[in-house]
Design a binder for this molecule. Structure first.
Ligand code: SF4
Length: 255
């Protein structure tokens, strides 16, 4: 099978690049072909692990990159949920009675991509009151958000941030009936898994980096200052995400 990765810019030190190449290396080791579509500098590592680099001038994006679009359907992540589930000793996870809502509160890019923890917590309380199991999933860098959300959710959310490998996080996402996330790597993984999902966009542009998933819905307020692409709000208020109410997201989930 051929897999294609699209990185708009390849920054070798970024967590996204590291994770993408770690996955790519394992796919190559299993006999799959992997192509990396990217602009900018790639260094030697992709070629060293057998990944074919398809160079792009400037910013690469899936809309204008017909080659990537052609490969995109084969890039969908396949995951045996039960196999993944059973490979998580130590997490003490009991498969919940559906529906399972997974919240992914992290976004490595910066605060202007992160819906406030108190909003995630309010959403968790709303969805738990409707009978959902709510899990928080994210990497080690998301532990503080997970702890803050779980603390404010008053027992409505189970915090698994920083407790899983990336592969385990993929397996957990594959179990979800719905996923709510920022514009982040886990958003794209949920899209590749075809999960029903709500993607929350603040300073970034959903026309450029949407979840490639027909079951996805993007929520963005479309403020006049948006998209600014800043990591932190240059106006100091983060209204693009702060004003996106938990009740609005809950209504989208219920629709
Ligand atoms: S300037 Fe506008 S779009 Fe950018 S982070 Fe602030 S509120 Fe969001």
């Amino acid at each position: 099978m051929k897999f294609a990765f699209l990185l708009f810019r390849y920054f070798p030190q970024s967590g996204l690049a590291r994770d993408a190449l770690a996955i790519a290396e394992r796919l190559v080791a299993r006999g799959h072909a992997v192509e990396l579509f990217t602009g900018g500098w790639q260094g030697r590592r992709p070629a060293a692990i057998g990944v074919t680099v398809v160079r792009r001038r400037g910013w690469s994006n899936h809309r204008r990159d017909a080659d990537f679009a052609r490969h995109a359907p084969s890039a969908a992540v396949g995951c045996d949920a039960l196999v993944g589930f059973n490979r998580m000793p130590g997490l003490d996870i009991v498969r919940p009675t559906p529906p399972l809502l997974i919240l992914a509160p992290g976004a490595e890019y910066g605060p202007s991509k992160r819906w406030p923890p108190e909003h995630f917590a309010a959403l968790a309380r709303l969805e738990a009151a409707r009978g959902c199991s709510v899990w928080l999933v994210g990497g080690p860098a998301d532990r503080a958000f997970g702890a803050a959300i779980a603390g404010q959710a008053n027992g409505a959310a189970r915090d698994l941030t920083g407790r899983t490998s990336l592969a385990q996080a993929v397996a957990l996402l594959s179990l979800a009936d719905a996923v709510v996330s920022n514009d982040s790597g886990l958003m794209h993984i949920a899209a590749a898994l075809g999960r029903r999902q709500i993607a929350l966009f603040g300073s970034s542009d959903p026309r450029r980096t949407p979840p490639l998933n027909p079951a996805a819905r993007v929520l963005t307020l479309g403020l006049s200052c948006s998209p600014c692409f800043a990591r932190d709000c240059p106006l100091g208020h983060h209204r693009c995400l702060r004003d996106l109410a938990p009740a609005t997201v809950a209504a989208a989930l219920a629709a």
